[in-house]
Design a binder for this molecule. Sequence first.
Ligand code: PEP
Ligand code: MN
Length: 342
Amino acid sequence: MMIVMKPEATEEQIAAVADRVRSTGCSAHVSTGEVLTVIGAIGNRDRVQALGLEGVAGVDHLVPILKPYKLASSQFRKGERSLFEVDGVEVGGGHLTLIAGPCTVEGRDQVLEVARCVSDAGASMLRGGAYKPRTSPYSFQGLGREGLRLLQEAKRQTGLPVVTELLDVRDVEDVAEVADVIQVGARNMQNYNLLTEVGRSDCAVLLKRGLAATLEELLMSAEYVLKEGNERVILCERGIRTYERSYRFTLDLLAIPALREMTHLPVVVDPSHAAGRRDWVGPMSMAAVAAGADGIIVEVHNEPDAAICDGPQALATEEFAGYVQQLGAVSAVAGRETAAAV
Ligand code: PEP
Ligand code: MN
């Protein structure tokens, strides 16, 4: 149930309503928009209804949320899109966020060189995995804590917020100390304990769509994070598995307008893992921006041919500035503000 407060409702009235909701055993999520405050009451709807909140001071009206995802639904924000800051970078609300960096942190020179390149070209955040989910247990699994330390150094040098993946709840403290955004990878989209844990952290969360997940399942996973009180969730379309084998995954561009209808959360697109080939990354990035994506997360490497992981899909540092310029041109046509220096 969504309780819409009157524009003139006082903080005391909002707190009193939230307390009454909690007294039923339901949880109350207060969301303050530009004009209105809404309280999401999650739990037994009948008990909330029995409170008779319609006549209570400060309450305007009640709206039942019919979708199984509540806090993630666009209804919860009354159609207003999420906009939040990640260490000074605005995400959502018409901004185009460009997250770029290597698939995995391989060493000091590599990560610092790539970080400097993407920062100079105008990227808004740095990506890089210290813990890698690999299909084969014999493949490189990431530098772990050493990788996190190098990301921290890259952040200190460039000022870019860091996006890095968390694979295991046992590493949440180490990762949260360095990350501004914790990535939950496609393979962990339905790892509910992990989602709950990142929901309790102070970091924003980049939630990637599972290889065979529906959009509703993606939003149910986002709900796990939101339910813990973490409102800074970014959804990521990264390609899904279909019968088509000509490319790594099928980039589901229709997920962008569909999700924009279903949810208020920002949607970014990862063209790298979908394409699997760097020459397809540019066209898919431009298509994603034109379709309304709130951002792009893209892999970049200083020596793609020698990369330990995902080299064929990584843009080379030398071509990155040109890529950013192309994106800037499309985003201008699409009416999007880009943080990129183009
Ligand atoms: C990644 O971003 O490097 C990654 C492993 O992505 P995904 O979980 O989408 O495969
Ligand atoms: Mn990768």
